[in-house]
Design a protein around this ligand. Structure first.
Ligand code: GLA
Length: 737
């Protein structure tokens, strides 16, 4: 790994043993991109990669010099208005109304390690040897405005991270109207763009489309990363598959409004961009002030989509997620939401918890309904204290104590960013919600969004949460966010500051997370947003796991977890076994299949255990034991997608230990096919030479090469439900000693 600057060619070559990224300082002081891809050996001069020449209608950077036209050059961080008519990476409005900016190279600094971003989540290193960073300083001399582009290359991953910082050293105010975290021009557009799109209860479905001339992309303007479009895109070569071929991944470490797009010009160059969504964003920068963009994480893979995903998984699991629970085995939980909703009593809670304990579960989570006057979703949000002593006679402290006495940990649900009108909080501070002057705030789930751009609002919520969390023995917090942001206007800000509110809101969320995780370092945080509407890398920095979806139907979950796995590790996906008929789909799937799906995530249960038959309880006990025995492998192993549920009737995946000595593979029959073909599940990631035993199958010994090239014979009769609809099987493989 190194970053080398060549003074003769004015190039910066950022590389490790897997990737290369080459930037050139152009004659006019702007930066151009010469290359991004698989590693190329270093040499002093790659300038032949800068292509230029005379073209009609082109605008040039110098008189009588027909070489460099911005429109036809691969730019590094392009501006608008000076001859590049593609999408700009940034836009800045000045006091006189001009948006013309000339950012010129001033110098750069190369150092070991990686700096953290102030107030924002980002990947990190544990020692300076793990990464090299270069910060390139560009300045607009007229405005005395600096733009610092930072690039970090990790030693052990084919990863480049980028962020941008603007600093105003001039005497006039400037308004940042667009500040993307990364922009890169690729020399051709022979790619398919893969996005993760969805909606509530069917989040992060993979969707691919061939790039075409024009702008194509996704984004969110609802105040959070959203169930609709994840802050991610990948470009894959048309022939690339799960395990072969070139794939470029782009992921944004951010939980607010975002945009990711590819702009293909009519000469077939592809400009990839991602960052904060420019719509609704305007950041006035006064003299001496700075603005920091979120981080973009670029992953290169020449081993297909699985190769890309495995890099994201390990990086996000070990160098984005933090804290006490990062590497620890997560407790198997039982959550009461789908069993009782808000209509519980202490007695019903203790009954479920007691059964959970008997079946081996380790954490009881009390969901929505414990605070204020919370009977349904019309009241109580904002009042994070117990007032209903009929429900909870000894408060949270008492209940937590009783659960602890049973030998279980205790967890609690919060929705810190929201308020109901029927609450003490709203009655005393009606101006604390986001709402435009003279307008009626639009309702959603009968709740309104607190103005987290205001530090006093965040401080008040911190005070309430801190009190509850220190009152009882609380080991886990589920942090929910159940509506999108509308009327995004802050009563405490001036007219010119309203364009900051969306971003400052999410900075407020991050600040509260930072304070709470510092004050309670051993509490396990799980983020949630009506299921998976804020499943993004930003959240993983604070909460190592996220509630993947409100849809717990096993077949739907296989799809959702499959899609989520394109970027996010199994250790981040909260996954529960719930009752049938399923509350979202009405589908009745076998208990075994429900567990077989949920165990490829952070495992738990969400149903009334006390209502289950003895037979079912015995089965659950076995499942819990099985997951306890294998959760280390599931959490830390290397994951491969095998059979795509979006393409056929089956799904399959495998997680293999890093030393390839054991693995857990799963096969799911999404719908049965009458008189269908014989089935084989070809595995991946095993050591071809090693010998493996497939537990519970037969006494045969298989080589890794056999299991990967021939496959496991999936016998209909060995699947639960006899190979019918929703049947499945999990195979545990271990190396033969
Ligand atoms: C959201 C969450 C659920 C549950 C409910 C409670 O929908 O996703 O898991 O916590 O809120 O209101």
């Amino acid at each position: 790994m190194a970053i080398i600057y060549s003074d003769t060619s004015k190039e910066i070559h950022i590389f490790n043993d897997q990737i290369s990224y080459i930037i050139q300082i152009l004659d006019n002081g702007e930066l151009g991109n010469l290359y991004y891809g698989k590693k190329v050996d270093h040499k002093e001069d790659f300038s032949y990669l800068l292509e230029g020449g005379l073209r009609s209608l082109a605008v040039y950077t110098k008189e009588d010099d027909y070489f460099m036209s911005p429109q036809y050059t691969k730019m590094e961080y392009p501006c608008a208005g000076r001859g590049d008519f593609r999408e700009p990476a940034y836009e800045i409005c000045q006091e006189n109304g001009s948006r013309i900016v000339c950012m010129e190279y001033q110098g750069h600094e190369i150092y070991k390690g990686k700096k953290q971003l102030e107030g924002l989540p980002a990947t990190y290193v544990e020692n300076a040897e793990e990464a090299d960073t270069v910060e390139i300083l560009l300045t607009d001399k007229l405005l005395q405005l600096d733009c610092i582009l930072s690039y970090t290359v990790f030693r052990d991953y084919p990863v480049l991270t980028r962020n941008v910082r603007f600093v105003n050293r001039g005497s006039q105010k400037v308004a940042l109207e667009r500040v993307l975290s990364a922009s890169i021009d690729l020399p051709d557009a022979e790619y398919e763009m893969l996005s993760l799109t969805g909606a509530w209860a069917r989040e992060r479905y993979p969707k691919a489309r061939k790039l075409a001339h024009g702008v194509q992309g996704t984004g969110s303007r609802c105040g959070c990363s959203s169930a609709e479009f994840n802050p991610f895109l990948a470009l894959k070569r048309p022939g690339a598959s799960e395990n072969l071929g070139e794939v470029l991944g782009f992921s944004l470490v951010y939980s607010g409004n975002h945009m990711e797009q590819v702009c293909v010009d009519t000469c077939d160059m592809a400009r990839v961009q991602l960052g904060i969504h420019p719509e609704g964003f305007e950041w006035e920068l006064n003299t001496g002030e700075a603005f920091q963009s979120p981080e973009a994480v670029m992953v290169y893979s020449c081993q297909g989509l699985n190769g890309m995903s495995q890099t994201y998984h390990k990086l996000y699991r070990t160098r984005l997620a933090r804290g006490y629970w990062r590497d620890r085995e997560r407790p198997i939980l039982i959550n009461n939401w789908e069993a009782t909703g808000a209509a519980f009593t202490e007695e019903s809670i203790l009954r479920i918890a007691k059964t959970g304990k008997e079946l081996g579960m380790e954490l009881f989570v009390l969901d929505d309904g414990w605070f204020g006057k919370r009977e349904d979703d019309r009241s109580g949000l904002g009042d994070w204290y117990v007032t209903n002593y009929e429900k909870l006679p000894d408060g949270i402290e008492g209940l937590a104590g009783k659960i602890k006495k049973m030998g279980m940990r205790f967890g609690l649900w919060f929705e810190p960013e929201m308020v109901n009108k029927d609450s003490d909080l709203y009655r005393s501070h009606p101006d604390w919600i986001l709402c435009a002057p003279g307008r009626i705030p639009s309702p959603s789930r009968n709740q309104y969004v607190l103005d987290f751009s205001r530090p006093e609002v965040v401080a008040y919520i911190y005070g309430l949460m801190e009190k509850i969390l220190s009152s009882g023995d609380i080991s886990y917090v589920k942090w929910d966010m159940n509506r999108y942001i509308t009327e995004c206007y802050s009563a405490k800000k001036t007219e010119r500051e309203q364009g900051k509110v969306f971003h400052q809101y999410i900075l407020g969320v991050y600040a509260l997370y930072e304070r709470l995780t510092k004050a309670f370092p051993e509490i396990l945080f799980e983020s949630c947003s009506s299921g998976g509407a804020r499943f993004d890398p930003g959240m993983l920095y604070y909460a190592p796991q996220t509630w993947t979806s409100d849809d717990t139907d096993a077949m739907e979950r296989v799809r959702i977890q499959y899609g989520t796995s394109y970027v996010y590790p199994l250790s981040s996906m909260g996954a529960h076994v719930s009752e049938v008929p399923n509350q979202q789909t009405g589908r009745v799937t076998p208990l075994k299949t429900r567990a077989n799906a949920a165990m490829f995530g952070v495992f738990g249960y969400e149903l009334d255990l006390s209502q289950m038959t003895e037979l079912e309880k015995a089965e659950i006990k076995g499942q819990v034991q099985f997951v306890k025995a294998h959760r280390h492998l599931i959490q830390h192993g290397v994951f491969y997608r095998l059979l795509n549920p979006f393409e056929g009737r089956e799904a399959g995946w495998i997680v293999v230990s890093e030393d390839q000595s054991e693995a857990l593979a799963a096969y799911y029959q999404m719908s049965a096919e009458p008189n269908g073909p014989w089935k084989r599940l070809k595995l991946a990631g095993l050591c071809p030479e090693k010998k493996y035993i497939v537990d519970g199958e037969d006494a045969r010994v298989y080589s890794g090469s056999e299991l990967m090239n021939v496959g496991i014979i999936v016998k209909k009769e060995s699947l639960c439900a006899n190979g019918g609809d929703y049947s499945s099987k999990v195979y545990y493989l271990r190396e033969k000693a």
